[in-house]
Design a protein. Sequence first.
Length: 160
Amino acid sequence: MKTLIDHYTAYDRWANARFVERLQKEPDELLDRKAPSSFPTLRKTLLHIRDAENAWYCRLSGSPMTWPAEESDRIDTLLTYSDRFCDLVLSYDAKELASDRVYHDLRGNAHEQKAWQMIMHCLNHSTQHRGQIITQMRSLGMEGIPANDLVVYQRSLSAS
């Protein structure tokens, strides 16, 4: 399990970086143009990924949680939180991954889950929203949409 969790967590960081690097080339006007999905703009979707990865980091580490993660609306702030989440997960051993964690959702409801389940939820959540970003980019007529499938990441490792 440790190998799979570490691999998928590193993939998440890689995929987030690909979108931030691509979208940093665009003007603010495009990042803030309406392209409805779960969130109305590219920027808001990226920042939601940032805020959620921060929330799950805080829940896993027992740190106090803030929502949003910070007030900045710069899309590159996602990378700080993605790196921090990845570093935390990579530091866990198999015993820590299997440990039970008690945390509260944004409504204040208490939950208890295995750490690995919380991690997988966070990673899956980010993947879902990256898919929405692709749809938003297409609806805005953008080109150069980053390939971000897991297999692309895996092939990039083989090529290294």
